[in-house]
Design a protein around this ligand. Structure first.
Ligand SMILES: NC(=O)c1ccc[n+]([C@@H]2O[C@H](COP(=O)([O-])OP(=O)(O)OC[C@H]3O[C@@H](n4cnc5c(N)ncnc54)[C@H](O)[C@@H]3O)[C@@H](O)[C@H]2O)c1
Ligand SMILES: [Zn+2]
Length: 294
């Protein structure tokens, strides 16, 4: 997979996609009479990915929702009181830096208190026990550190870190802030300009090297978790993988532009769907079965 067209993109909104639908039934949180079909859906998802030797786990804000971190676009999401351009764009910061900083400090505190959920911890187990060692790469548009704290190694943070503070004048100074948000209260130590949150905002270039590290990994399959697929680079990476013939399995309670194109869409939350899927993906039986079928 070349990922050629994504190497020069900045953060923005992707195009909607069309295609053939292959959607699996909702997964009940508690086993019930319908749990049979839910387990069948998980098994189908595992079969779709079973032959992959370099699995990209690509995640959006929904992957942290079960840890108590709201998404941007859901009904109870972080944008409910403000427009995205007020809070996560250079123009919004220029208009009202105090509003943006208040919002970022509140999110920092929320995420510092949150703990990785069972699905995020299962991804760490997937990475450790995947039959092809070292062959699971996690890339996320989340600015939180929940996958890192769950034990996932080498997480690629496509939109940077919520805990970084940077120079708003672009002198290049940036630093991880402490729990007291101290750096956010001071002028840039290098040039004296105002400091700003270090995350990647709408219309800005992605952090250096993040897309190159995905391209260098050469994924041959993708587990796409909790992304609306409306935000770059997810909106580009997932369709590029599909176009290259790689299976993409989606976990999302809602339909997305990728759903009609995915090998399989699990209509479930991250905490419900990831653990049983990881169980199957790390099972030699499932992988041997796949080898016999193909
Ligand atoms: N935790 C964070 O760091 C965080 C939180 C909110 C937004 N953001 C930023 O906002 C951008 C928004 O884009 P996005 O597409 O990632 O998020 P989004 O808010 O646009 O979409 C979230 C997606 O998650 C799905 N979802 C909701 N609950 C879920 C659950 N329990 N399990 C699985 N999926 C669930 C929704 O159906 C939706 O498709 C991100 O790129 C990121 O920069 C980050
Ligand atoms: Zn500066």
């Amino acid at each position: 997979m070349m990922l050629a067209s994504v190497l020069a993109i900045s953060r923005g909104t992707g195009d909607r996609l069309g295609g053939v639908s292959c959607v699996w039934p909702s997964i009940p949180a508690v086993p019930s009479s319908s749990s049979h079909s839910a387990l069948g859906a998980i098994a189908a998802a595992a079969r779709a990915l079973a032959a992959c030797t370099r699995l990209l786990v690509l995640t959006g804000a929904g992957s942290s929702k079960d840890a108590g971190v709201p998404t941007f676009r859901c009904a109870d999401g972080l944008w409910r009181d403000h427009k995205p351009e007020d809070l996560a764009a250079p123009e919004g910061f220029a208009r009202n830096p105090d509003l943006v900083w208040d919002w970022y400090r509140e999110r920092r505190l929320l995420i510092a208190r949150a703990q990785p959920h069972v699905g995020q911890r299962a991804i760490a187990l997937l990475q450790q026990h995947y039959p092809a060692p070292g062959k699971v790469l996690v890339a996320t548009t989340n600015e939180d550190d929940l996958f890192d704290r769950a034990g996932v190694a080498g997480v690629v943070h496509l939109h940077g870190s919520l805990f970084e503070t940077a120079c708003s004048a672009g002198c290049g100074w940036r630093h991880l802030d402490a729990f007291d948000n101290g750096l956010s209260m001071q002028p840039c130590p290098a040039c004296g300009a105002r400091t700003r949150p270090g995350s990647t905002w709408y219309g800005e270039s992605l952090p250096k090297g993040v897309l190159e590290s995905i391209a260098a990994f050469k994924p041959d399959g993708c587990l796409l978790i909790g992304s609306s697929c409306l935000v770059q680079p997810t909106s580009v990476i997932a369709p590029e993988l599909i176009a290259a013939g790689c299976p993409v399995v989606e976990i999302n309670p809602e339909e997305t532009p990728i759903s009609p194109l995915a090998a399989c869409s699990l209509r479930a939350t991250a905490k419900d769907a990831i653990p049983p899927l990881v169980d199957l993906l790390t099972s030699p039986t499932v992988r041997d079965q796949k080898r016999r079928i193909t």
